[in-house]
Design a protein around this ligand. Structure first.
Ligand SMILES: [Zn+2]
Ligand SMILES: [Zn+2]
Length: 452
């Protein structure tokens, strides 16, 4: 009898101890969720203000470099951070430690300001697994609704062109979003060309002093459309291969290539001037045709077409560098960068080359970043202000007891978090996802109410 009692006491003590441990885990998890809300807020601000936009491809790449997040996790943090910017209720529930980051992550995939309230209730009531399933079903309904909308758009496309009584041609239409995007891009490009022609025609007064005859925005757009039509007819309505459409040919004076300050010019085929730094970047790894001009500009000699980096050296470069060498990038394809430009007499040898992706090639030519190779072959990168950009940034100093610091910070924000803060409303009933979405989703196709 005695022994049995002792055993019961020991068991209940162990249970109480494990309960305490469980409570401590739940409480700390709530603190971490509250802190994650703050982290996402900071990421959102950093992203909006472009804090990463100095040599990094995206905010996620910066996070991966600076914080050591996996790139996928970094992208997800940025996505959730942006979404929470317009979902104050979900943001608030996370900040109060009432909804876990996992649930918020899932809910932000579908929530809009219209549905946020209902989805918050789902998050509060269900387990993380329920929330995942509801969100998956929700997206299916969204996709169906979207497909209906896309089909509707496609059917509704139309362009009306007719001549008015006074002889003017009137154009009115509705385009699908992707057709519209191409048209708007083309109008912008044509507008830009016209703008440059105007500037070239009247350099001293334009655009500082707007002359009386400057066309309005609407007039400029009309001119741009006419230019598009002329250009399309001139090219036999051939949109060309996509690689050709975006091909860039630069004509550059030898002196400019060697020294950006030198007088001379670099011009894109078609007449647009580009900065000498851009010309240097495009020439860094390119197919090169040397043309010699006489003093009157006539071509007197055309050399053979050669690659600035021969195929054998390029293969060796890929093999050695495995992708972009810029700290934190590692993109697996890129361009060969001459550390000392060939136009300055830099040799096309492995020791004078480094692989850089397109984005970072721009960073070193046009944004003031510097690359050096040391005698031991190691590369070092410097920011435009001269500070070294290490391959892996040093970790920040963390206090001896980070949990205590977290608790104190959350308490200072007025948060009273405990083991039951994030408790569910779920009582263990079976989850009927189909029914839940029919009831909750505003675009769900509900059966028409029966006539009875
Ligand atoms: Zn380069
Ligand atoms: Zn890169």
């Amino acid at each position: 009898m005695e022994a049995k009692n002792l055993h019961a006491v020991a068991t209940s003590e162990r249970t109480a101890e494990l309960d305490r441990l469980g409570d401590e885990i739940a409480e700390l998890a709530a603190h971490l969720d509250a802190a994650t809300a703050r982290l996402l807020e900071l990421i959102r601000e950093f992203d909006i203000r472009g804090g990463w936009n100095h040599g990094f491809r995206s905010c996620a790449h910066w996070l991966s470099y600076r914080v050591g997040m996996k790139l996928g996790a970094g992208r997800e943090h940025v996505r959730v951070a942006r979404a929470l910017g317009s979902l104050p209720r979900l943001a608030d529930a996370l900040a109060r430690g009432e909804l876990s980051y996992s649930k918020v992550r899932a809910l932000t995939r579908v929530a809009t300001s219209e549905t946020e309230e209902r989805l918050l209730a789902v998050g509060r009531a269900g387990t993380a697994c329920h929330v995942e399933r509801i969100v998956r079903g929700w997206r299916r309904v969204d996709r169906l609704a979207e497909a209906r909308q896309t089909a509707g758009h496609h059917k509704a496309r139309a362009l009306h062109v007719y001549q008015d009584e006074d002889g003017m041609v009137v154009i009115r239409g509705r385009l699908t979003p992707e057709q519209g995007a191409v048209v708007m891009q083309a109008l912008a490009a044509a507008g830009e060309t016209l703008y440059q022609r105007m500037r070239a025609a009247d350099p001293p007064t334009w655009p500082r002093d707007v002359p009386a005859g400057t066309p309005s925005m609407e007039q400029q757009r009309a001119d741009a459309l006419a230019l598009l039509a002329e250009a399309a007819l001139h090219h036999g309505l051939d949109p060309g291969a996509s690689s050709e459409r975006y091909q860039v040919v630069v004509h550059v004076d030898a002196a400019v290539l060697a020294d950006p300050e030198a007088p001379g010019q670099s011009v894109l085929e078609g007449g647009t001037h580009v900065p000498a730094e851009t010309a240097q970047r495009l020439a860094c790894d390119a197919t090169r045709v040397i043309m010699r001009h006489d003093p009157d500009g006539r071509i007197v000699e055309v050399g053979a077409r050669t690659r600035t980096i021969p195929p054998a050296i390029r293969r060796a470069l890929h093999h050695r560098d495995h992708g972009c060498r810029f700290p934190g990038c590692g993109l697996s394809f890129g361009q060969g960068h001459h550390i000392r430009h060939w136009a300055h007499g830099g040799p096309t040898t492995l020791s004078n080359l480094a692989m850089l992706c397109r984005r970072h090639h721009r960073a070193v030519h046009e944004e003031g970043y510097r690359v050096e190779r040391h005698a031991d072959g190691a590369l070092s990168f410097r920011r435009p202000d001269g500070r070294l950009l290490p391959d892996v940034p040093p970790p920040p100093a963390v206090p001896r007891d980070p949990c205590q610091v977290l608790r104190m910070k959350n308490e200072a924000l007025g948060l009273q978090l405990h083991a039951r803060t994030a408790c569910l409303g779920w009582q263990g009933e079976r989850l009927d996802v189909g029914w839940a979405i029919d009831v909750l989703h505003p675009r769900a196709l509900r059966p028409a109410p029966s006539a009875t």
